[in-house]
Design a protein around this ligand. Sequence first.
Ligand code: DLL
Length: 433
Amino acid sequence: MYYDQKNECLDKVAKKKLQSERLIDVVNRVYEAVPPYRAKMDKANIKPSDIKSIDDIVKLPFTTKQDLRDNYPFGMLATNKEDIVRLHASSGTTGKLTVVGYTKSDIDIWSACCARGLVAAGANTSSTLHVAYGYGLFTGGLGLHYGGELLGLTVVPVSAGNTPRQLTLLVDFAADGICCTPSYAVYLADELIKAGYTAKDLNLKWGIFGAEPWSEEMRKEIEEKLGIKAYDIYGLSEISGPGVASECEYQIGSHIWDDHFYPEVIDVDTLKPLPYGERGELVFTTLTKEGMPLIRYRTRDITALDDSPCPCGRTGLRLKRIKGRSDDMLIIRGVNVFPSQVESALIASDERISSHYHITVDRVNNLDVMEIAIELKADAKFDEIKEIEELVSKVKSDISSAIGVSASVKLVSYGSVKRSEGKAQRVTDKRSL
Ligand code: DLL
C-alpha cells in the first residue's frame, strides 16, 4: 500500500529529471530572494545558471545551523512574511532558536510526506492514530497530526506527558497506531504493565518512532512489550519535521522522500560526498520548499545511504539508522563513542537490564572517565550479591568490546533514571562544564 505510488516509486531516470528541474528552480529562487544565499554563491563564484542538473549540486556552498542563527529570525525566508502560515522552532545546543517558516504549500507537502510514512507503517483510513509527540514549536505532534488528518485517520492529539491519561485513552479509544519518541514508547509500555494492563488490553498494531537515535534492540523491546510493529521515522525541523524519511514494512532503513528532499552523505573532514554505503554526515537540499528552502544543509547526523532495491517497490534512497550526531559524539580517551552504541550493547547484554540509562563523562587526573548508570528491569531478581557483581562485570565487558573503551557501570533500581516525555537526555558531559 502506498499513499502516492507514482512519486514514491519513480524510476531512476524520471527521478533524476524531476530532481534536476526542482534544484534549478530552488537555486534560482533563493538567489533572487535570500541575501545570505546570494552572498555565499557570489563568494563561491557560482551563478544559478551554472546549475544544469542535480549532479551540479556539489558546486553549491553548504548551509549550517549557524547560518540560520546569524539570520534569526526571518533572514532566511524566501517568500514574503505574509505567505508564511506557520512557524516552528527547535532549540540549538547553544544560543538562539532555529526558526522555520512554512507556506501553505510547505505544510501540504510536509503533511503528504507524513501520510506516506503512515501508510508505509500500516495505517488505513479506518485507523486511529494516538499522537504522543509534543505539540507546539517542536514539529513532531503537528507534523504527524496533519499527515494523519490528510489521510482521513481519526487523530487523537494527546501530545506528550500525563502518562496515566495516555494509557486510559489508548485503552478507551482503541488506537491502532501510535507515534512518540522511542524512549517514551518503552516508558509507556512499562507504565502500562504497572497500571495492571497488558498489551492485549490495547488495540495497537503499529507505531512510528523517531526524533532521537534508537537501536534494533530497542525496536525489539518496543515490539514485544506493546505487541506491535515499530517503524523508524526521521526528520528535522529545518527540513520540515518528521517525515523526511520513513520505514516501510521491510524495516530495512527509512525511505527518504527524495523527490522533495535531496540527500548527500559527506566526509566531515574533506566535505566531499561519499559513495552510497559509506558513513558520514547527512546533508539535505529541499527541492520544493517555498518558505525557507535549504541548500546543502549540514544536519550533523551520522549515517549512510542505501541505494539497494527495496522489495516494497519504493525507490527513495534508504537512510541507515542514525548513529548519533557529529556534535553529540563523545570522544573518550581518543575514541569516538555514540550513546546509541552503548545502548545497543547494554540492552543486548542481559535480559534483566532495561533500556533506561544515563552516561556521565568526566575528567579525573587528566583522564576521561565514563560512568553508566543502568536501570534494572522492575522484575529483575537476584538471590545473592555475587550475582549482581557478575552482572556488572558482564555488562562492563560487553560495553568495552562494543565501543572500545572501558566504562564503570552502576546498576540502579527500576525507576531511578530520570524519565523524559520528549527526547531522552542520555549524557552529562562534565568535561565541558
Ligand atoms: O525531531 C523531528 C521529528 C519528530 C522526527 C518526530 C521524527 C519524529 P528536531 O527537533 O529538529 O526534529 O530534531 C532533529 O533529531 O537531526 C536527528 O539528530 C534526530 N532525529 C530525528 N529523527 C531521528 C531518528 C525532529 N529516527 C534531530 N533517528 C535530527 C535518530 C533522529 N535520530
